[in-house]
Design a protein around this ligand. Sequence first.
Ligand code: NAD
Length: 499
Amino acid sequence: MSKHVTHWIGGKPFTGTARRRGDIYNPATGEVTGTVDFAGAAEVDAAVAAASAAFPAWRDTSVTKRASVLFRFRELLHANREELARTVSAEHGKVYSDALGEVSRGLEVVEFACGIPHLLKGGYSENVSTKVDAYSILQPLGVVAGITPFNFPAMVPMWMFPIAIACGNTFVLKPSEKDPSAALLLAELWAEAGLPEGVFNVVHGDKAAVDGLLEHADVTAVSFVGSTPIARYIYETAARHGKRVQALGGAKNHMVVLPDADLDLAADAAVSAGFGSAGERCMAISAVVAVESIADDLVERVQDRVARLRVGPGDDERSEMGPLVTGPHRDKVASYLESGVREGATLAIDGRVHPVLCGENGGFWLGPSLLDHVAPEMSCYRDEIFGPVLSVLRVPTYDAALDLVNANPYGNGTAIFTNDGGAARRFQNEVEVGMVGINVPIPVPMAFYSFGGWKASLFGDSHAHGAEGVHFYTRTKAVTARWLDPSHGGVNLGFPTNG
Ligand code: NAD
């Protein structure tokens, strides 16, 4: 039965008729399984109006009551995590266990946001001047918007809205049109948790919906996660419209392997981080930088492991890797195998011939692939491929590896594999990347730290969740107070100092 996904505005599904719609696919079969309404200006206006109307009361709801709604949401999310994971898997294609992992990482941000009374404590200084006190308070911004990518339809929105809402803001989410259903399930859970109508809204769609939010006078801040060209556009457009903005972009994540590394551990990590979620993770390892002396050995170990990987539909529990999200994306990813060879790389593993467990017909399949002897000028290295294609670059020394990583325009995540603590410490200090793993291939920070890259992987100055998330969704007010005392009389035109 074909599903129909609508917007969620003012605490309920939006019943208006859509002028435009998009198709939703099952990536494992290539079949259309439903349609999603695309918002135009009218729907964006309705969502922002609902969020604006809800803001005054939500902002004035005590912080402990707001936290209690978050606790209920956390319980419901936990109880419904399997349904949410199945929904993600069905539209994205990733295997169910991976989708469950994404839900649990989102849940951790909700748990972090449950501590909001503690996180919103300001500072207080007594007697900054004689009988004058100073303190700072953190206040919400108003209506804030989140625009999110296809690859984590549950987790990435949950990097944003639990904290935004806990801080007292109201939220409009524009999820990816490729896998929109998770957002609606989350909206239903919020309603069940007792979140007042209009505090959380969802508009679906494409550029028209995004532009509507970026240009809307009543949207105060925009959080974006997606590809670098769109992140740059969001940053510039939102800033031009006077909004606070954080825009997380694409990535090219390097894994440096030094000669003293445990090569079995490194090969396990390269395969897990390169091909998990079919490489459609912003923290996926896409470039292995191996010091020449161990490169052949490492490539051999990667090949052994890849040959045993089970590729199949996300809902088949034998599958370790699913299909890609759409047909055009699969074709684009596969094109790098051809261009890589044309430009001089060696195709050490051709994913186009990797066997697929049932469901091969019509699905958006591409098996894990390995391009060896890749050079920095090749397009397979320069571009973010965002698929199951791992490149191996060979370097003579640690210094050459570091130079390569630092010369790359992206700076999202990176990892070093070594048993030398001194080398690891140097790397952590010298590498120009926002998130670093030491013998950990996907160093996604926990919810109580903040997630974000450097350079072309992030536009703006705030990372997501953790303390920086609270900072992004609040503004600080500094108050200086003196309670009347007869000794304070008298005119004084001098600049206030701490007398
Ligand atoms: P995308 O940039 O195509 O889309 C992201 C969002 O922007 C979607 O909601 C989409 O509808 C919207 N959008 C697309 N084109 C637009 C346009 N021209 N104008 C306005 N809005 C537009 O990204 P995607 O393909 O959905 O996701 C994959 C990308 O996201 C990869 O580049 C990946 O690295 C990146 N990503 C980054 C992080 C991070 O934390 N840095 C996390 C996850 C994904």
